[in-house]
Design a protein around this ligand. Structure first.
Ligand code: PNS
Length: 163
């Protein structure tokens, strides 16, 4: 069975990777859908976010990655999927996911399964990673290696542009 893991992944964190990895042990196929939330501004372009998720999941043979455009339920139905996987850290996540899950179920007949975030990553967010990164801090313990490398390249490029 195919499961879809949707998100913005700006950038992918160790918490996301943990959920994707656990999903890949439960489902035959996992498709990571890298989407746009129209209310958000992104640090990484869609192409960069897709590439970083691809690099970070390259060791998982039953995981593939695609950019999501349009409605998530249309994307899932077009690929013959029926199930979304969402990682949830705390109550605020759950309330938001409950709303989205109901909508996606009513609008598109797509069910949502929730995986609790691993305790090690239960307070980690892409927002915090971006905040550390833009101030030149070290994010290496929170994100896959491909992301650390990309952030270092970005900062080096910006320093060169400034200097
Ligand atoms: O990581 P995020 O920002 O919570 O991911 C949100 C995302 C991209 C999965 C969501 O915004 C989405 O599904 N966008 C596609 C458009 C859509 O179907 N919106 C309705 C979902 S309730």
């Amino acid at each position: 069975m195919l499961a879809v893991c949707p998100g913005s992944f700006d950038p992918i964190t160790n918490g996301h990777l943990d959920v994707i990895t656990r999903a890949s042990t439960i489902f035959e196929e996992v498709l990571v859908a890298v989407g746009q939330n129209s209310t958000k501004q992104y640090l990484f372009t869609a192409e960069e976010r897709v590439e970083l998720v691809r690099d970070s999941t390259a060791h998982l043979p039953n995981v593939r990655v695609e950019e999501l455009s349009g409605l998530l339920v249309d994307f899932v139905n077009a690929r013959g999927g029926r199930v979304l996987i969402k990682g949830v850290r705390f109550a605020a996540d759950f309330e938001f996911e409950l709303q989205m899950a109901n909508l996606n179920s009513v609008v598109g007949g797509v069910e949502t399964l929730i995986l609790p975030a691993a305790s090690q990553w239960s307070t980690l967010s892409s927002t915090m990673v971006r905040e550390i990164a833009v101030h030149g801090g070290d994010v290496s313990r929170f994100v896959p290696e491909a992301v650390t490398r990309r952030i270092r390249l970005k900062s080096a490029g910006e320093e060169r542009a400034d200097g």
